[in-house]
Ligand binder design. Structure first.
Ligand SMILES: [Fe+2]
Ligand SMILES: [Fe+2]
Length: 323
């Protein structure tokens, strides 16, 4: 058997350490990094129709870096290793895939949301409309639905840290809205204000980074950031609602700009109303809990504690998986 025959086409979901593969993958991300001894290497994230896999390139780093673009497709040859209990591809060679390659259907590589986003979006706007009576806010929600239904259903809530998948922004925003309504009622706060602030708090993420062909910060995202961009989108939509009350607009803007809670976390202003404080706390709660869940799901089920989690600053307890 010659060496070439040992390479096989195998989908990511079926890859095991020791496999030698020659497959088409879409590059989601590529980064140049440095080993402890100072030598450079490339760290990639790849996708096929069945999932994602991390990959490394150890040789000809600058040549490879100049030829590989995030969002593009290549035929990779390499060997599957294991890194932190996950399969990882060591890339040995690659070739670009032509745009008209008949063997590659690019739409199969598009990421699908893990839930029914149409239904979830409808549930979210129904929940808002059931909780809100103010006709100016209802008008605002109608305009939001018309303009953002498609984009909002597909976007990530963050590039990496939490809800970083298609539908993530919708899932996170919907959760924050439901928590906003519960807590506003419990503490007798302004439920309508809190719910609408929850809807708009992260909408600027639609501009802050792109999702396709690759997840990347935009110039607006890097120079202005989603907090101010969210406020800009709110102002733009509010301008289309005739006679929108200026005081209400100001209160909503305050919720948006203070939702990161502290200036060192990027908030232009700290929360100065109970509603703004609650929005900050439930935003933090929902994003942090998601990080807990994702870290526990990714942990090795055979060890009781996860690897050290940089963002949470701790190792997490991994419960035994029930059959
Ligand atoms: Fe945010
Ligand atoms: Fe958020």
């Amino acid at each position: 058997m010659n060496l070439f025959n040992e390479y096989q086409q195998k989908l990511i979901e079926a890859l095991k350490p020791g496999d030698r593969v020659r497959n088409v993958f879409k590059v989601l991300e590529i980064q140049k990094r440095t080993k402890k001894n100072g030598e450079p290497f490339l760290s990639l994230e790849l996708r096929d129709p069945t999932g994602k896999i991390g990959a490394k390139i150890w040789s000809q780093v600058d040549t490879h870096l100049s030829m590989i673009r995030a969002g593009e497709f290549y035929r990779f040859s390499g060997t599957v290793n294991e890194y932190q209990n996950q399969p990882q591809l060591k890339i040995e060679s690659l070739n670009p895939v032509a745009a008209d390659d008949p063997e590659v259907n690019r739409s199969d590589f598009e990421e699908q949301a893990p839930f029914d986003v149409e239904k979830d979006f409808q549930d979210m706007t129904d929940t808002l409309k059931a909780a809100i009576r103010n006709p100016f806010l209802i008008g605002l929600i109608d305009i939001f639905e018309k303009k953002y239904r498609q984009a909002f259903q597909q976007h990530y809530a963050a590039q990496k840290i939490h809800h970083a998948y298609a539908g993530g922004l919708l899932e996170h925003t919907h959760s924050v809205i439901r928590l906003a309504i519960l807590i506003a009622d419990f503490y007798r706060l302004d439920r309508e204000l809190l719910a609408i602030g929850a809807l708009f708090h992260d909408i600027g993420k639609l501009i802050e980074f792109t999702r396709s062909p690759a997840v990347e910060t935009t110039p607006e995202g890097g120079l202005i950031g989603h907090i101010i961009l969210s406020n800009q989108i709110f102002l733009e939509l509010q301008g289309q609602v005739k006679n929108f009350p200026p005081d209400l607009s100001l209160q909503i803007q305050h919720l948006i700009v203070s939702h990161h809670g502290e200036k060192e976390f990027g908030a232009p202003e700290v929360p100065k109303t109970p509603e703004a404080f609650v929005l900050h706390m439930i935003d933090l709660l929902d994003s942090k809990l998601k990080i807990f869940q994702e870290a526990i799901d990714a942990a090795d089920a055979n060890s009781r504690f996860s690897e050290y989690h940089r963002i949470l600053g701790r190792r997490l307890f991994v419960p035994e998986k029930k059959e």
